[in-house]
Design a protein around this ligand. Sequence first.
Ligand code: HEC
Length: 157
Amino acid sequence: MKVARVSALVISLALCAAGCDSGEEEPSALLPADYAATYTEVRDCRTSGDHDLHHVRILADPAALAPYRDRDQPFPVGSLVVKEEFDFGDLDCTGPIVQWTVMQKLEDGSAPDQLDWTWQKIDTKRRVVTQNDTRCTGCHLVCGASPEGYEGTCAVP
Ligand code: HEC
């Protein structure tokens, strides 16, 4: 009995050493749960060839709204742009959201390899699936610098 209990403890410690010792806490979602109350749609429902062929809507928080829409001023630090992603077949974006992708502005020059934004993919349970995935930045580096892009964003509103 005693031996079994001790070995169970040893096993759980060993599991934790493997699984809990990464030193990295899972990041929390940058997107507030109640974002819909204050964010404004800046690009309406349409298909996205670049985001998994999902149907998407783009919304900006109050601070990102004017820079995204008018493109005549920089995004303030902390401002956030979110893409709501819907199923491929959800032509008017009225069904359930399948995931969010968000970008939140950082201080200019603070993270050049991230184009000075934090990038997250968030699932429907509000878990962060990826943060600062190089695929996001790789693509946005190219399209963000194209005529459609503006400061790392990729679409004409
Ligand atoms: C294959 C290229 C590509 C990849 C990879 C990519 N994006 Fe995008 N993204 C785009 C393009 C093009 C748009 C604008 C057109 C559209 O809506 O599809 C966009 C739009 C967005 C927007 C809305 C703001 C805007 O207009 O740019 C956000 C937020 C965003 N992407 C975040 C992300 C995140 C986070 C990732 C990684 C998880 C990511 N993107 C990966 C190409 C890409």
